[in-house]
Design a protein around this ligand. Structure first.
Ligand code: NAD
Length: 498
């Protein structure tokens, strides 16, 4: 059986923990590889490699570091087809979606290509007599990233792209469910000219995560995953004195006002709810029509769309989505569907019995639709992370605004309307971090920043864009005096610019 090893000091490193995770082919349900799970000592080995590489990497001028990113971008584009196939074979998303996953990460690499500009400091000439003040951004040292299974290309690149371009070295601990693409990314970084040790990949579970959180030589940790683990990572990492940003789960709402283009809005919601089998933190699993007429029409249109929605294996170019990542996750989604029934929501379409001919052991689940979903139901409060759309009917704009605002998660939200004033008011008042106006999946472009509110993110600083640069650097401010003539006597009071 294929064995997936760690990547330390620019080469494959075979761990000796004797512990492994199964990597499935979600299309067939078979185990296709096993991934080594690291010990704390193996994490330390990766950190020591990153420590050795960091001092000289920080001295490489920003333009040269950017050139590595330019070359990395070229190599990813060269290998895009192979990377997307690998990604699909472990995750289960369709190839076009895997290309999108890699492409969205690549856009952060493109941002990182402009790092010399982003690292320019500030300067004040003549802040006092003969006094100039300037600030510079310096790397933290060694940073680490812990990433989820659902974007094995994009999310590692969000993190290491900016961390490395700003002069840090990096330890990546990808999801153990689909670990191959992250290792390929590290190999490509070496091929692009990054010195050994600048990007190390360590596979593992809680043992590796805890070793990262406790390691004194790791100065910052970026995490993306489910909220309970995000909160744990944030608490333990900050208690150890690290800078931590920890993105969590989501339950995003799509509000449909009565004046919306219902045909377009429904198509958008179908793609955002069921695409990637609903395994996206920016999926739209709750649709909130305002008014009975809107709700009835949206329901009819969704039903019509579901009749032609095609579920297939990840290499089927005609399939809109593929299997979910594991049998355990499929079971969890099925349990949530049953819970919704038990809680009294109307199960309009049940995807639990879905089977794909020839792939009966694959982790497939058909599209499901609930109507009559209400605040207070557990299946509404919690993240299902599967191809399940819930209709939560409302009567007024205020009610529709309240649902996402009072929800425990606050990652993304979308509003569909032709009324600019209503959209503007909604965007200003809603208690959610990323808002789409007639845009179903409002993932901000790479030069803006990504981050939710409430239990969707712990920490103060978002991913990528200038907030990413700030996360991976610390500011140093220098006040310099070059007086002309005699210097005054020592001052015993705090100097001011009087
Ligand atoms: P997960 O929380 O199970 O795993 C994320 C990472 O944490 C993995 O690397 C995993 O190995 C590690 N981990 C798992 N259990 C751990 C434990 N007990 N202690 C320490 N580390 C542990 O998440 P997942 O299932 O891989 O990914 C899906 C989740 O990620 C969803 O909740 C989704 O909403 C969320 N997500 C959020 C964003 C965002 O930006 N907010 C983006 C993508 C995914």
């Amino acid at each position: 059986m294929r064995e997936i090893t760690h990547f330390i000091d620019g080469a494959a490193f075979t761990g000796a923990s004797g512990r492994y995770g199964d990597v499935f082919n979600p299309n067939t349900g078979e185990v296709q590889a096993r991934v080594q799970l690291a010990t704390a000592d193996e994490v330390d080995r990766a950190v020591q490699s990153a420590v050795r590489a960091q001092q000289s990497w920080a001295l490489v001028n920003p333009q040269r570091r950017a050139r590595v990113m330019f070359e990395f971008k070229r190599l990813i584009e060269r290998d895009m087809d192979a990377l997307a196939e690998l990604l699909s074979s472990e995750h289960g998303k369709v190839i076009a979606d895997s290309k999108g996953d890699i492409q969205r990460g690549l856009e952060v690499i493109e941002f990182a290509c402009g790092i010399p500009h982003a690292l320019k400091g500030e300067y004040t000439e003549g802040a006092g007599p003969g006094i100039d003040v300037y600030s510079m951004r310096q790397p933290l040292g060694v940073a680490a990233g812990i990433t989820p299974f659902n974007f094995p290309g994009m999310i590692p690149m969000w993190m290491f792209g900016i961390a490395i371009a700003t002069g840090n070295t990096f330890i990546l601990k990808p999801s153990e469910k689909d670990p191959t693409v992250p290792v390929k990314l590290a190999e490509l970084m070496m091929e692009a000219g990054a010195p050994e040790g600048v990007l190390n990949v360590i596979h593992g579970d809680k043992v590796a995560v805890d070793a990262i959180l406790d390691h004194p030589d790791i100065k910052a940790v970026s995490f993306v995953g489910s909220s309970d683990i995000a909160h744990y990572v944030y608490s333990r990492g900050t208690a150890a004195g690290k800078r931590v940003q920890a993105m969590g789960g989501a339950k995003n709402h799509g509000i449909i006002l009565p004046d919306a283009d219902l045909e377009q809005a429904t198509k958008d919601i179908i793609g955002a709810a069921y695409g990637s089998a609903g395994e996206r933190c920016m999926a739209l699993p709750v649709v909130v029509p305002v008014g009975k007429k809107t709700a009835d029409e949206v329901r009819e249109r969704v039903l019509a769309e579901l009749e032609t929605l095609k579920v297939g294996i990840s290499t089927d170019a005609a399939a809109q989505y593929g299997p979910v990542v594991s049998a355990a996750h499929k079971q969890k989604i099925s349990d949530y569907i049953q819970m919704g029934v038990d809680e009294g929501a109307e199960l309009v379409v049940d995807g639990r019995g879905f089977q794909l001919q020839g792939y009966e052991k694959g982790f497939f689940i058909g599209p499901s639709l609930f109507d009559g979903v209400k605040k207070g139901m557990k299946t509404y409060n919690e993240e299902i992370f599967g191809p399940v759309l819930q209709i939560a009917r409302t009567e007024t704009f205020e009610e529709a605004l309240d649902l996402p605002s009072s929800h425990q998660y606050g990652n993304g939200v979308a509003i569909f309307t032709r009324n600019g004033r209503a959209a503007r008011e909604f965007a200003a008042r809603v208690q959610v971090g990323m808002v789409g106006i007639n845009v179903p999946i409002p993932v901000p472009v790479a030069y803006h920043t990504f981050g939710g509110w409430k239990r969707s993110a712990f920490g103060d600083v978002n991913q990528h864009g200038m907030e990413g640069v700030r996360f991976y650097t610390k500011t140093k401010t220098i006040t310099a005096r070059w007086p002309e003539g005699a210097v005054e006597d020592s001052a015993f009071v705090i100097p001011t610019m009087q």
